[in-house]
Write a protein that binds this ligand. Sequence first.
Ligand SMILES: NC(=O)c1ccc[n+]([C@@H]2O[C@H](COP(=O)([O-])OP(=O)(O)OC[C@H]3O[C@@H](n4cnc5c(N)ncnc54)[C@H](OP(=O)(O)O)[C@@H]3O)[C@@H](O)[C@H]2O)c1
Length: 302
Amino acid sequence: MKRVLVLGGSSFIGANLCAELRKGYVVYGTFHRNKVKVEGVPFLPLSLSSLEGVEGFVRRMSPKVIVNCISERDEAICAKNPDYAKFINAFLPGVIGGMASSLGFRFIQLSTSKVFSGDEGLYTEEDPVAPRSVYGVTKREGDDLLKIRENVFVLRLGTVFGFGPRGGQVLPDALKSFLSKKGKAYISDEWRSFVSVKDVVRAIKILIEAPEETEGLYHFGGAEKDTYYSFMNAVCEVFSFPSNLVAPIEGSDLKSFGWDSANRGKDLSLDPSLFAKVFHTPPKALRQMLDDVRKNLVIGNF
Ligand SMILES: NC(=O)c1ccc[n+]([C@@H]2O[C@H](COP(=O)([O-])OP(=O)(O)OC[C@H]3O[C@@H](n4cnc5c(N)ncnc54)[C@H](OP(=O)(O)O)[C@@H]3O)[C@@H](O)[C@H]2O)c1
């Protein structure tokens, strides 16, 4: 069985990936501050104090495939400490990409729609990038460093929803407040490609097994674009909550809460058609993905 190392196995996407891959692979995950438990998957501590340390770690583990879920996604932390953001979001994938080329393992890096400005929407892999935030800039730098490398896939994702090892995810938070009959306002004038974490895991599994000649950059998201408001309306429909629990709010109205819509981008939706064509995997409709989440919901299990 192939040995797969999930860097940042303790992340939202990484933990879901470890749980799925344990069925057909020898999987190892890493954690930094938050050790998670996934049966059958050893989790090893890895802190990014130096890139040499990471290089040594990767050499010792000698995996066939590395999936990198380590990232600093918090926009405020990235803005406050851009050098740290660059180290973790750009230099780390850059170094591992170099090792993938020289040592021959496959490297799968996760990136984001936030490398785009959001002025156009439905971005293809060919479209020019123009990030608005430090997070987006550093992720773009990571993507750029990997362009010249061999044995590399970069998978740019839309907004990922589902259940993870920790709180703070948009779907469980909303379900919790809807269950206690608390309504919420969601942005109704900014568009994103929502995609379930289980579908992201499915896409990563495809890349683990994909032929060498398909290596490169891909966009992955759902079949349509939505606002957080329309996403939450679909959540209410699929999970049978009254739609009046969800109210619209404009992005600009959140400025007083410290959220500047100028940094977020109006339409960050991704065109997933290249991935669909190359890997014969059409993107799913939002309601289908939400319905899959609902059917597989097991209390106490992400
Ligand atoms: N979630 C989304 O909606 C989304 C959308 C687009 C793209 N992506 C991309 O997908 C990837 C995974 O995202 P995610 O949301 O699953 O991540 P996440 O839940 O925010 O977790 C981040 C991971 O990075 C690790 N980490 C952070 N600082 C570290 C450090 N100094 N040393 C070692 N490890 C460190 C964390 O470890 P500990 O928790 O153990 O400290 C955790 O495993 C990222 O590359 C992100 O850019 C995510």
